[in-house]
Design a binder for this molecule. Structure first.
Ligand code: HEM
Length: 344
């Protein structure tokens, strides 16, 4: 919620948290960090993200998810990008919670272009943040936008177990979701704001299994039938997160009343998630859970009513996400290749 009036106690808390963040190593983050050392870096990132999104808007959704899955685990340190090796066969990306995680090839292309331009200068962690910023801006036609501070380092540690422990699961109850976000210093409101990213992208049927048998108070039966039909079509197919992006044939068969709401432009990032949620046509149990707690429900309604507010608050929440620091005393470096730590 944007407000010019910050109560004194909240302001004091904010200062304390900023100091804590600085002590933990992200105090040096700065907008325009590479101005002198790698001029044009943000244009290069934007060029590559725009190319990827033009070819497939789904790659933009993947990049929006990537910042979350990087920053919630050991801070924004590109640990999510590390490939398994014989020395470390269980990196974060191998964790079941990271099912469907994508966008790695776009990050590799950006890194290669930046290494050619200014070798050893731009961290993969900063690339993940810039790329998510540009993807969310492109998918929202510029409504989501923010200046991204940079100056992060790439971490050397990446463990599937850390991802399993720190990332929320779609089966979580509202209490578990709130606890999970609070552990990273995110509020109930920010949980609701960030969940709005599920306006775009896809999910595997295995991630929404509980929804296929959920009662009508939790999911519109026609939509449940649509999901059940699609999920019966293969071992673990994917479905759009936003019913608006569903294919017309499936909707015509199971959910004809929704046909008029389908959109040509897929993966448009806006506040439609909140409308869908109140109408009980969202994919994940964790989405629906937001309606089951008073404060969260209030925010779902607030953002359903005010799309501009959501654009702004989502932008702010992504900036906050991008500032999650590495654990204290972690070793940082600028990787040469985003999938592997450097040899020392
Ligand atoms: C609140 C807790 C959250 C839960 C439980 C959750 C869970 C999930 C799940 C299960 C998927 C589908 C994975 C698959 O089956 O392939 C997914 C997809 C996605 N999530 Fe979340 N998520 C949460 C929060 C977030 C946040 C905070 C963001 C970003 C700000 C985000 C962005 C996305 C996007 C964009 C996709 C689609 C990715 C793609 O199409 O490649 N999610 N999420």
């Amino acid at each position: 919620m944007r407000s010019s009036k910050v109560p004194a106690a909240a302001a004091a808390l904010q200062v304390a948290l900023l100091l804590a963040a600085a002590a933990a190593g992200h105090g040096h983050l700065k907008v325009g960090y590479y101005e002198k050392t790698c001029p044009g870096v943000e244009e290069v990132v934007k060029h590559h993200v725009a190319k990827a999104v033009r070819a497939d808007r789904g790659s933009g959704a993947a990049l929006v998810r990537l910042i979350f899955h990087d920053c919630f685990v050991r801070g924004c340190d590109a640990s999510v990008l590390l490939d398994p090796t014989p020395a470390n066969p269980h990196t974060e990306k191998t964790a079941p919670i990271n099912i469907g995680l994508a966008g790695f090839d776009v990050i590799d292309d950006i890194k290669a272009a930046l290494e050619a331009r200014c070798p050893g200068t731009v961290s993969c962690a900063d690339i993940v943040v810039y790329a998510a910023r540009d993807a969310s801006s492109l998918l929202s036609n510029g409504h989501v936008h923010f200046a991204a501070p940079a100056g992060r380092l790439d971490g050397a540690v990446s463990l599937a177990a850390d991802a399993q422990r720190d990332l929320p699961d779609s089966t979580f109850s509202i209490a578990e979701l709130i606890r999970n976000f609070r552990r990273k210093n995110f509020t109930v409101e920010e949980l609701v704001i960030l969940s709005g990213a599920h306006a775009v992208g896809v999910g595997h049927c295995s991630s929404l299994r509980a929804r296929l048998t959920a009662p009508p108070q939790q999911i519109v039966p026609a939509y449940r039938s649509l999901l059940a039909a699609k999920c019966a079509a293969g071992p673990d197919p994917v479905v759009p997160n936003n019913v608006r992006d569903e294919d017309p044939a499936a909707v015509a068969a199971a959910f004809p009343s929704f046909l008029k709401k389908l959109r040509k432009a897929k993966d448009f990032l806006d506040n439609s998630y909140y409308h869908n949620n109140l109408a009980r046509i969202v994919t994940f149990n964790s989405d629906w859970q937001l309606l089951t707690e008073k404060e969260a429900l209030g925010h779902v309604k607030e953002y359903a009513e005010n799309g501009t507010l959501w654009d702004e608050d989502f932008s702010d929440a992504l900036v906050k996400l991008s500032k999650l620091p590495m654990p204290p005393h972690s070793r940082g470096e600028i990787r040469k290749h985003c999938r592997f730590v450097n040899h020392h």
